[in-house]
Design a protein around this ligand. Sequence first.
Ligand code: SAM
Length: 274
Amino acid sequence: MSVDPGGSGDGALPRNAPPGGAGHPLDPPDGAAVGGSATDGPVPGDPNRAPAVRDMFARIAPGYDRANQFMSMGIDRAWRRIAIRTLRENAKGDILDLCAGTMDFTAALAPGARSVVALDFCAPMLEAGMAKIPAGANVRTVCADARALPLPDASFDAIVIGFGIRNVPEPERALAEARRVLRPGGVMVVVDFFRPTTLAQKFFAGTYNRVVLPIVGGLVTGDASAYRYLAGSMAAWYDRAGFEAACRTAGFTTVAGRELFPPVASLVDARVGA
Ligand SMILES: C[S@@+](CC[C@H](N)C(=O)[O-])C[C@H]1O[C@@H](n2cnc3c(N)ncnc32)[C@H](O)[C@@H]1O
């Protein structure tokens, strides 16, 4: 199967998707209060922030990869390699890259996988990553919300979520959906910035959030407010232990988390019994 940005299946990315994918079924009705707007940006922790989060990612999509490279100094590539190794044999099966963004995980996994679905609710982020997908790879893009996956039950061997679920309001709904679409024996690997709890995490995360994210992200994309939101979103959600507990509540049977180096990001490995 080829990469199909204009795929016709349910939730597939429409060729003329408007910036930010406006008009999503999970949008609040016209006039309803939402957690921020295209102009004032999303508010970390706001349960209604999804449309504003999507607008924000649509704005920064063209400069996202460049900003990422500067801000992580390539460290995210090492974190991604660890995440992919953690998938083990499941990396050869059917994979869901959830909150796929510009598809770094999709591009890295596609050559060894049976198939990859790259799902994100922000069409411009997927579009910005389209050139990374190797020719002939079995990749499908789906533009949908992680809280309501237009995908059949038990249809994936592995799910990877890189730096995405922190932005999803009601992450418990996204976890329940992830569990629903995993086959028995399936694995979900999450790499993200959790609320810091140790002194080392607080030091690294504080420096990174207050200095690197808004300054470098703002300079490269011209949108410092987006990077202030991303920094604030780390403080406004689960610490790693809380997230691991939420995975167990969602039905994952074996859940193990660990800190990555430097101690800014962590990895959570959540499995479903065979
Ligand atoms: C920080 S980017 C990470 C992208 C990519 N996974 C990576 O590893 O670089 C977060 C992505 O999550 C997506 N996202 C946020 N909330 C979402 C939701 N409710 N449903 C689907 N995608 C969502 C955003 O559109 C954005 O592309």
